[in-house]
Design a protein around this ligand. Structure first.
Ligand SMILES: [Zn+2]
Length: 270
């Protein structure tokens, strides 16, 4: 069994503010590596033979490789065609998301955003608001891979369960920047146990495959971003701050959205 792990940062127990990335970098990276290792342990206990961990946050160079479980391999660094899902195309049987967070616009959710806090107000798949969990599950689904488990705060639960995956809560959000955290040891034990259980009944999970042709929409934060995004062939403006892209191929749509977000991030501010 080949297991893919996409590891983000905002949903790790103990992390509540992006300031910790600058002020307390090594501790944050240790905590993230600890939860990834728990998922690796859990996967090995369920019989995983290959484990590919994709560092999916910011620079994508966060996980401490020397502290990573030796039976896992680490995809580290940025500029990856499939971004947070790079590696899932390598004949994987299951996907696990660690350290994930709620979509942009969620109330009382630690560091809620969707791919880019400065660009994306809302991302929709076939009319339904989607966070990184759902978007990334669609990429996994394209390759026939089910998402079996997602860890993060309590605000993520509904989105995870809508996909039929197991939600592991490691903290309870009191606001966007405050959470009641489980002790890292307890959070990691919970992840380890639940990953083993989920992978032990892999047949119960199904790849998320949105209806095609799929329409992906982005509400962006500034009208000028739309003007940049319209440089992408096939991209349509449907409202002053909304673009839409329809395609038979979900992966083409995903890449078009990533291109739109990247382009919008470079917008000329006049
Ligand atoms: Zn992140």
């Amino acid at each position: 069994m080949n297991v893919f792990i996409s590891a983000d940062w905002e949903g790790i127990a103990g992390l509540v503010s992006w300031h910790q990335e600058k002020d307390d970098t090594m501790r944050a990276r240790k905590l993230m590596t600890g939860e990834v290792n728990a998922a690796v342990d859990g996967a090995l206990a369920a019989g995983a033979t290959t484990i590919l961990v994709n560092d999916s946050h910011g620079s994508m160079r966060n996980i401490l490789i020397e502290e990573l479980h030796p039976q896992a391999q680490l995809l580290s660094g940025g500029l990856k065609e499939l971004s947070m899902m790079a590696g899932v195309q390598r004949d994987m049987d299951a996907a696990v998301f660690i350290g994930y967070h709620a979509k942009a616009g969620t109330t009382r959710a630690i560091l809620d955003h969707t791919y880019s806090g400065s660009v994306v107000h809302e991302w929709r798949i076939n009319g339904q608001p989607a966070g990184e969990t759902t978007v990334n599950a669609a990429v996994a689904g394209y390759f026939g891979v089910p998402v079996v488990l997602v860890s993060g705060d309590n605000s993520l639960q509904d989105e995870v369960e809508a996909l039929g995956a197991v939600h592991v809560q490691v903290k309870e959000a009191f606001s966007r920047y405050a959470a009641l955290n489980l002790h890292p040891t307890v959070a990691q034990e919970r992840i380890r146990t639940e990953v083993t259980k989920a992978l032990g009944r892999l047949d119960a999970f199904h790849p998320f495959q949105p209806k095609t042709p799929v329409t992906l929409e982005l509400d962006v934060t500034r009208s000028s971003m739309v003007e940049e995004i319209l440089l992408i062939p096939g991209m349509k403006q449907t409202a002053p701050r909304t673009v839409a892209f329809t395609h038979d191929d979900v992966l083409v749509g995903f890449k078009a959205m990533l291109a739109a977000i990247t382009l919008a991030g470079t917008v000329n501010r006049g």
